[in-house]
Ligand binder design. Structure first.
Ligand code: IPD
Ligand code: CA
Ligand code: CA
Ligand code: CA
Length: 271
């Protein structure tokens, strides 16, 4: 059994502080005030309230750290200190439709020496309705509560369950996604689009999904989830199998065997 570092305890506490209100808002979703940031891009009072609670809690613990927030944008902090990358409610469309699949995602991004390089060193994805807290620290593994996570051990595509995110109105590349889907779907046991990227990645880390692909995501969708997959022994690359996922904004995540098979299919489909 392993316990959180002090920092992860701070993150876990903040998520659990925001969760009761999210659960209440979810149960009364028809009364929530909703606005639109762009085509099919919704934000509700629930997203904003959760974000406010997270910022307040995390700021109490680390007053000089900055933030990158989905709803509030950037808040500058001490540039030599880490900053928080937060998606207060990943899966807003699910939430607004009464579908119980959404999460809070919190990551810590640290400056790595000169040149503006940064690295994600801690991540937490918390699912308020199941009370599941997926967390990872660089070099310390990925965990669900106190249980060590490993990516799935399946080696063959025909028995693997693959998650994806489908482009929607005004977001993503339909042609690219359709080509990949056309190549992958006939080879695998199933494909799921559950609608919360942070959870898709956390579930790859937990071995629930055998693989995942999506593109055109935002830093707060993936920051915590990518660390979870890596610390659970998985691979994340761009669609051509290169170590450029964040740079290219293409994410192909899986265990080693499924990853090498998937990336060949995907690279072929995009040729
Ligand atoms: C969305 C979800 C979804 C993904 C979208 C994201 P949001 O995040 O992660 O799975 O396909 O691209 O925008 O807006 O619900 O936090
Ligand atoms: Ca959103
Ligand atoms: Ca999101
Ligand atoms: Ca969100």
């Amino acid at each position: 059994m392993v316990s959180h570092s002090g920092l992860l305890t701070v993150m876990d506490r903040a998520a659990r502080k925001a969760a009761p209100r999210l659960r209440r808002d979810f149960n009364e979703v028809q009364h929530l005030q909703v606005s639109r940031k762009g085509p099919a891009d919704f934000v509700s009072m629930a997203d904003k309230r959760a974000e406010d609670t997270l910022v307040e809690e995390l700021r109490k613990a680390r007053p000089d750290w900055g933030f990158l927030l989905e709803e509030g944008g950037e808040i500058a902090g001490d540039p030599n200190k880490p900053r928080w990358i937060i998606d207060p409610l990943d899966g807003t469309s699910n939430f607004l439709h009464g579908i119980p699949h959404f999460a809070i995602s919190i990551a810590v991004e640290e400056p790595m020496g000169a040149g503006g390089r940064t690295e994600i060193t801690s991540g937490l994805v918390y699912q308020p309705l199941t009370d599941e807290s997926f967390w990872a620290e660089k070099g310390r593994g990925a965990w669900l509560q106190d249980q060590r996570l490993r990516v799935s051990a399946r080696r063959d595509l025909f028995e693997s369950l693959i998650a994806t995110g489908i482009p929607f109105m005004g977001h993503g590349d339909f042609v690219e996604w359709s080509r990949i889907f056309g190549a992958v779907a006939p080879e695998v046991a199933g494909i799921r689009r559950l609608g919360a990227a942070a959870l898709d990645l956390a579930w790859v880390a937990a071995g629930r999904f055998d693989g995942y692909w999506e593109s055109h995501l935002k830093p707060w969708d993936v920051a915590a989830g990518l660390l979870l997959v890596k610390e659970a022994g998985g691979y994340v690359t761009d669609f051509r199998g290169q170590d450029m996922a964040r740079e290219r904004n293409q994410f192909l995540a899986a265990n080693d065997s499924i990853h090498s098979k998937l990336h060949k299919l995907v690279a072929n489909a995009l040729r």
